[in-house]
Design a protein around this ligand. Structure first.
Ligand SMILES: NC(=O)c1ccc[n+]([C@@H]2O[C@H](COP(=O)([O-])OP(=O)(O)OC[C@H]3O[C@@H](n4cnc5c(N)ncnc54)[C@H](O)[C@@H]3O)[C@@H](O)[C@H]2O)c1
Length: 401
């Protein structure tokens, strides 16, 4: 069977690599540059080896394309496209809609469509199925299932194989086929009673993280105002063997998931007249961390950052990846610049970002560590400026949260 994966980003390429061990894979992406690179055997995603791409391409088992016609002979289609927020922070299903159009217009025999993109409960039943049917010229009846993606790019201990996977089909046959597909490369599959439960579980997992990160970020401010170490206090609390899970403070949350997915849950909650107060407040607290950090840095430096050379160390949203989506570094830089600081950033994993290049890790008046990649030496960070503020808790000797 040929598997088509729509979207060849973090989720889609990762699933292509795992599925590719068992099926022929056609990877569809509307970004022509990504398609060209992939067909040259160059992976742009941490965790997917270029060597896998090269050998699969030469064995005729993988090909990337931007032409929707190429998915016509697939037996199974996976949707792995972005689900961001609009400018006014509403769920944006435009990419999903476009993927549905591609399926509707090109796939004329019945297939199983599995959605892996994160979205609110009801997306598969009330949005994806009707959209594909609307675009289908032949009015073919497909099967539909959801299996929310839990991949954590850059992570080595948990992957597609050993991370349990939730799934549910709109029909028992769709569920059966979904189980058969994933069981080829995933050790543990858990069927839930409806697609809505699977969709909601994914959103709740990320909301749990968002709320706990906000709580620890608020606690970092409380600890500082009390003159105690937030890290020592968290380590002390973490000695309790049950009922506590340690989260650590930061400059805020980044990435495609934690700052975005909880809002999908909040919007759908509010549409149904249910409160989403924790979610809304957690989002505010996390967004305000960057401002708090800049206030602390200014207070330690005579209350004024005007004209000071500030180096932001690490602009990726988390360590050891090049992903800058929704990175907290953006707000930190914004607040530093609005205080008159002359800001550059150092991040060799990211390299280039917003038409700027990574600056050398040296010669600043102030360094603010937002993300600490393993490859960046602590001593070099400490030597880069006479004053170093570390938001990660990983740089010994620096001022910090
Ligand atoms: N990145 C993660 O860690 C992660 C984890 C779990 C779930 N998710 C969810 O998975 C989904 C995909 O996220 P991602 O991180 O892989 O995004 P991504 O931006 O890395 O990749 C998405 C790819 O889809 C392509 N694309 C967009 N619209 C298309 C279309 N109509 N046809 C073909 N290609 C199209 C883009 O060019 C891009 O290459 C999102 O819903 C996200 O919330 C992401």
């Amino acid at each position: 069977m040929k598997v088509a994966v729509i979207g060849q980003g973090y989720v889609g390429l990762t699933i292509s690599a795992f599925a590719g061990e068992h099926f022929d894979v056609i990877g569809l992406d509307n970004n022509i540059r990504i398609v060209e690179q992939l067909n040259l055997g160059i992976s742009h995603i941490e965790g997917v080896q270029s060597s896998w791409l090269k050998s699969s391409i030469s064995a005729g088992r993988y090909r990337a394309t931007s032409d929707g016609h190429d998915i016509a002979d697939a037996g199974l289609v996976v949707i792995a496209v972005p689900t961001p927020l609009t400018k006014d922070r509403q769920p944006d299903l435009a990419f999903i809609d476009e993927a549905c159009r591609t399926i509707g217009e090109n796939v004329h025999k019945p297939v199983l469509v599995i959605n892996e993109s994160t979205s609110f409960p009801g997306t598969l039943r009330n949005y994806i199925k009707p959209a594909i049917e609307k675009y289908s010229i032949t009015k073919v009846e497909h099967m539909y299932a959801i299996s929310p993606e839990r991949v954590d790019p850059g992570r080595s201990d948990f992957n597609q194989k050993n991370t349990p996977r939730l799934f549910a089909g709109l029909t028992p046959e769709a569920s059966r086929m979904t189980k058969e597909f994933y069981s080829k490369f995933c050790d543990k599959l858990l069927e839930v009673s409806s697609p809505e439960v699977a969709e909601a579980a994914k959103l709740f997992e990320n909301t749990f993280r968002q709320v706990n990160i906000a709580l620890v970020n608020e606690f970092a401010q409380i600890a500082h105002s009390l003159g105690i170490s937030v890290y020592e206090t968290l380590d002390a609390a973490n000695t309790k063997p049950y009922g506590f899970m340690k989260f650590t403070p930061s400059a805020g949350v980044g990435g495609h998931c934690i700052p975005v997915d909880p809002t999908y849950l909040a919007v759908v909650a509010e549409e149904h007249g249910a409160p989403a107060t924790f979610i809304r407040r957690a989002n505010e607290v996390n967004l305000q961390m960057s401002e708090y950090i800049v206030r602390r840095v200014a207070a330690d430096n005579g209350g004024n950052l005007q004209g000071k050379n500030v180096l932001v160390v690490g602009v990726a949203y988390k360590p050891n990846v090049a992903d800058v989506r929704e990175t907290a570094a953006e707000l930190v830089i914004h607040h530093l610049r609005s205080q008159g600081a002359v800001v550059s950033w150092h991040d060799e994993v990211v390299g280039k970002w917003k038409s700027e290049s990574s600056a050398p890790l040296e010669g600043a008046d102030i360094a603010v560590v937002v993300t600490k990649h393993d490859s960046v030496d602590e001593k070099r960070i400490m030597d880069s400026a006479p004053y170093v503020f570390d938001t990660t808790g990983k740089v010994k000797g620096a001022k910090g949260l």
